[in-house]
Design a protein around this ligand. Structure first.
Ligand code: FAD
Ligand code: AMP
Length: 475
């Protein structure tokens, strides 16, 4: 193993590995150190996203959605399948195979970009040095002209409901359950809580979701949030808002969760609890003394717009720095930093980072919510197109939800796009591109969309903003 590199990346998740790959593509000599350990003690690159987040959750969401559709929709299509049974072991095996293919793919990417993979822990030392401790305990001192910190995040714990890995689980534990619990408690109605709650509800669990805030999905456009909660409740998620969990007591026959709401104190008894109250930056044993890298009051590594820490040669990207904790945000930061290091142009447009909630209906958005535009004082117009008016959505038996476009009244600039409905996460890509090019509503209106497609909903929403929709009565 060489001791000296152009770039060392600490962390091999979706922020770190793209930084390493792009640095390698830029002709630099690169190593990527990663200390992820799976439940079975094996190492895999890919971080939270590939091992315990985006990918396994989407695998289970897909499987469980198929179960739900088999129960609810197949008969409507005229498909009779008899008794539907779930083989959870097979479902989990499929998920594990997808995770493995994804994480092993990173090694192939490293090989093609000539990145040296180093399994083990990395610690930044002053003077652009890194102490690398491999899993066999051997300690190596490495140095690099540039070091990229990409140490990610870990689930936030609730002091009143500590994880025990058996009855009280974090999001990773919730993805690994080997039996469907009869009663599942989810603490936190954020993106992760709603996705995991949906999986286990569709597989047959009674799910109660306790959320401290009175407002459902406060970061989401509230017209969308109101539509969403109707569908989640119809699915059977028992969502209780304004319900702050204050304690838990575990016994062999279940966990009693104590929570407080406006009406007073309550308890609910469940078999398993998933604590999904957010994530916090992970910087444990990452920074040696005297590196000069600083953390803010919430523990994030302090960086500027270009992810520079203010210390010569040291950048930080992904969940360990400010901004939304999203894989694609980290990826673009990693790529930006690797290009800047190589003297190339690099930039992340934080105004056009899309967000997706992979429930059914799916939710996706980019730019400002109507509430944010209103608060900004800028005059605006709104166009909404419901999927029930889309021929493709009806053919898909997916008429729930709508596409909503918000544009400025003065110059017609698209300020935000919000979709709740089928394939929302795919549809939002068009809106991201439009906003990246500072499109106007008229630009979208004049763009030809194939018929019949779901993307016509965006086209019609843009037309509706000027009361010129063709396929739905304008209001
Ligand atoms: P991580 O993925 O956390 O990776 C950091 C890596 O660095 C880890 O492998 C860690 O072991 C390693 N590391 C840390 N410190 C050191 C050190 N000192 N030395 C060596 N290695 C170190 N985001 C989305 O965009 N879309 C989704 O659909 C989505 N779904 C999610 C579902 C769940 C259940 C969860 C939990 C998260 C989800 N996320 C999703 C969030 C996404 O997983 C994170 O935003 C993303 O993983 C952050 O990437 P990262 O590279 O910054 O950190
Ligand atoms: P997110 O940060 O999007 O993952 O969402 C986490 C959610 O958990 C937030 O909506 C919080 O309001 C919620 N939350 C945090 N602490 C508690 C608690 N003690 N009881 C219920 N909900 C909580």
């Amino acid at each position: 193993m060489s001791d000296s590199y152009d770039v060392i990346v600490i962390g091999g998740g979706p922020a770190g590995y793209p930084a390493a790959v792009r640095a390698g593509q830029n002709g630099l000599k690169v190593a990527c150190i990663d200390d992820w350990k799976n439940f079975d003690g094996t190492h895999a690159f890919g971080g939270t996203c590939l091992n315990a987040g985006c990918i396994p959750s989407k695998a289970l969401l897909e499987s469980s959605e198929l179960v739900h559709r088999a129960h609810e929709e197949f008969a409507t299509h005229g498909i009779n399948v008899g008794k539907i049974t779930v083989d959870l072991a097979q479902m989990q095996k499929r998920k594990a195979g997808i995770v493995k293919a994804s994480t092993q793919g990173i090694l192939a990417l490293f090989k093609s970009a000539k990145v040296t993979p180093l399994a083990g822990h990395g610690r930044l030392l002053p003077g652009r040095k890194v102490e690398y401790t491999s899993f066999d305990g051997a300690v190596h001192l490495l140095e690099a002209r540039h070091i990229v910190l990409a140490s990610g995040s870990t689930p936030m714990a609730l002091r009143s409901v500590p994880f025990d890995g058996k009855q009280v689980l974090d999001s990773w534990g919730a993805l690994e359950m080997t039996a469907v619990p009869k009663r599942l408690g989810v603490i936190g109605a954020g993106v992760i809580g709603l996705e995991l709650g949906s999986v286990w509800r569709r597989l047959g669990a009674e799910v109660v979701v306790l959320e401290a805030l009175e407002t459902f999905l406060p970061m989401v456009d509230q017209q969308v949030a109101k539509e969403a909660i109707k569908h989640y409740r119809k699915l059977g998620l028992d969502i209780r808002l304004g319900a702050k969990v204050a304690g838990a007591s575990s016994a062999a026959d279940g966990v009693t969760l104590a929570y407080v709401d406006a009406a007073g104190d309550h308890t609910v008894v469940v078999d398993r609890v998933v604590v999904a109250v957010g994530r916090r930056p992970h910087t444990v044993n990452l920074l040696g003394d005297g590196t000069g890298v600083t953390l803010d009051e919430r523990g994030f590594i302090v960086v500027d717009e270009q992810c520079w820490t203010g210390v010569d040669g040291i950048h930080a990207v992904g969940d360990c720095v400010r901004g939304p904790m999203l894989a694609h945000k980290g990826k673009e930061e990693g790529v930006m930093v690797a290009d800047l290091i190589a003297g190339r142009y690099g930039e992340v447009n934080y105004r056009t980072v899309p967000s997706v909630i992979y429930t059914a209906p799916e939710i996706a958005w980019v730019g400002q919510t109507e509430e944010q535009v209103k608060a900004s004082g800028r005059a605006y117009k709104v166009g909404v197109f419901p999927f029930m008016a889309s021929g493709r959505a009806r053919a898909m038996e997916a008429p729930a939800g709508f596409a909503k476009l918000i544009a400025a009244t003065d110059d017609d600039e698209v300020l935000g796009v919000h979709v709740i409905g089928p394939m929302a996460g795919e549809l939002i890509g068009e809106a991201v591109l439009a906003m990246e090019y500072s499109a106007s509503a008229e630009d979208l209106q004049r763009t030809i969309h194939a018929h019949p497609t779901l993307s016509e909903a965006l086209h019609e929403a843009a037309l509706a903003a000027d009361k010129r929709a063709i396929d739905f009565p304008n209001r």
